[in-house]
Design a protein around this ligand. Structure first.
Ligand SMILES: Nc1ncnc2c1ncn2[C@@H]1O[C@H](COP(=O)(O)OP(=O)(O)OP(=O)(O)O)[C@@H](O)[C@H]1O
Length: 273
């Protein structure tokens, strides 16, 4: 896939304060197009995990969006994505941030068999039983992000796109989710386009393609042909810690547990919030 990425600067009206900035710094409104990448070769294949990293403003979101739009088919918006790609056009692409969280209980929300739904939620970092009985609006931002990820995976799209990947998660959990995404990609064949400023997930994600964006407009594209097996690259400290109960969840009456400590990857209590 070859992509050209540029943003069109919008027309603006000069205000008093804008005029002061112009006078002070000797600049005017930018005009025309802001070119970020020209005919960049991204060796993306279906089912790949692609990670865009770099500091804020380096262009990772723009590049990722252009790549996703090209996989999706006709482009749109302010980002120009040009040229014929190698991948099949018209792939089904789900954007995590566009997915509605919905209003159903988590355990009911995925269009899968109960155990499969629970397993997927657990793999996405929602392995605490009581969370299954909540609605998405009763989750933290990080939990909702993980729920959206599970929701997206349950749809079995060709590609899942996530900007600010793992930004709302603590770093240990971010690594666990990255590791699980690698395994889910291999198991389901769904590809991932992920952008983040946090390079620390790269080792656990073990991306097929990593695009490192630099503030100087440079892009380093690395395709890992011979990847280490994910099992050998598990995140440090991935083993779950024993943890005490987090106290009452506010239920009126607590049913007696059936005796199982684990069901579909879900366990009674974890240290994840
Ligand atoms: N609509 C736009 N018009 C002009 N320039 C834009 C537009 N959107 C983004 N840019 C510029 O393009 C560059 C890349 O932006 P982009 O959002 O891709 O960066 P990023 O690496 O994802 O940053 P962040 O981590 O802060 O989200 C930045 O310099 C930004 O100011």
């Amino acid at each position: 896939m070859r992509i050209t990425v540029a943003h069109d600067f919008l027309p603006k009206t000069c205000t008093v304060r804008a005029a002061r900035v112009m006078d002070h710094f000797g600049i005017g409104f930018e005009q025309g197009r802001h070119h970020l990448a020209e005919d960049l070769d991204l060796p993306i294949r279906s089912g790949d995990v692609v990670l865009f990293t770099g500091p804020s403003g380096s262009g990772k979101s723009s590049l990722m969006r252009a790549a996703a739009l090209q996989l999706q088919g006709p482009s749109g918006g302010g980002v120009v994505s040009a040229d014929a790609g190698e991948g099949p056009p018209g792939a089904r692409v789900l954007w995590i941030e566009d997915l509605p969280a919905g209003d159903e209980l988590l355990v009911d929300a995925l269009p899968l068999e109960t155990l499969d739904a629970m397993q997927l939620l657990a793999q996405c970092g929602l392995s605490e039983a009581r969370l299954l009985l909540r609605r998405p609006c009763e989750l933290s931002d990080g939990q909702r992000y993980r729920f959206r990820l599970a929701r997206a995976l349950a749809e079995k799209p060709d590609w899942i796109v996530a900007d600010e990947f793992t930004a709302t998660l603590d770093r240990t959990l971010a690594k666990v989710i990255a590791f699980n995404i690698r395994r889910l990609a291999e198991r389901t064949g769904t590809g991932f386009l992920l952008a983040t400023t946090h390079e620390d997930v790269a080792q656990d994600l073990s991306p097929d393609v990593q695009v490192r964006c630099g503030l100087e407009g440079t892009f380093e594209v690395v395709r890992a042909e011979a990847r280490e097996s994910p099992a050998a690259m598990g995140p440090a400290g991935r083993k779950k810690k024993e943890s005490a109960s987090r106290g009452s969840c506010g239920s009126a009456r607590r049913p007696v547990a059936t005796g199982r400590i684990s069901l579909g990857g879900i366990i009674g209590v974890t240290d994840w919030r």
